[in-house]
Design a protein around this ligand. Structure first.
Ligand code: ZN
Length: 112
């Protein structure tokens, strides 16, 4: 078998975004690789943004998925996505979802 042909489907803004999108594609069963980011990891001060490469036969599905993702990003600016909070059953304080205890009275999030 010959090497599968790969296609450049997306230019990411930065390394973390490229790896996030690679995970998104892989969740959808599309094998993807980040190209370009490795140079930065190796210490080269490259200004080339990372590219996402997928196999040619999966390029269309990958592009469709990325277009949907971009649409969601544009539809919902990050400032509109307030982090989820929970309300303390004891003192009614609003607690950030990252915390398992009420910051005010130490009541656990899910008392059993
Ligand atoms: Zn409380």
């Amino acid at each position: 078998m010959s090497e599968p042909e790969v296609v450049d489907v997306y230019v990411a803004a930065n390394g973390p975004q490229a790896h996030f999108l690679r995970g998104l594609l892989e969740d959808a069963g599309i094998e993807a690789q980040v190209v370009g980011d490795a140079l930065q990891a190796a210490g080269y001060n490259t200004v080339t943004p990372p590219h996402l490469w997928v196999r040619a036969e999966q390029a269309k599905a990958a592009r469709d998925l990325l277009r949907v993702w971009e649409g969601h990003v544009n539809d919902r600016p990050s400032e509109d996505r307030t982090p989820p909070t929970w309300v303390c059953p004891t003192c009614r304080a609003e607690v950030d979802a990252d915390f398992e205890l009420c910051w005010q009275c130490q009541t656990p999030r899910k008392p059993y």
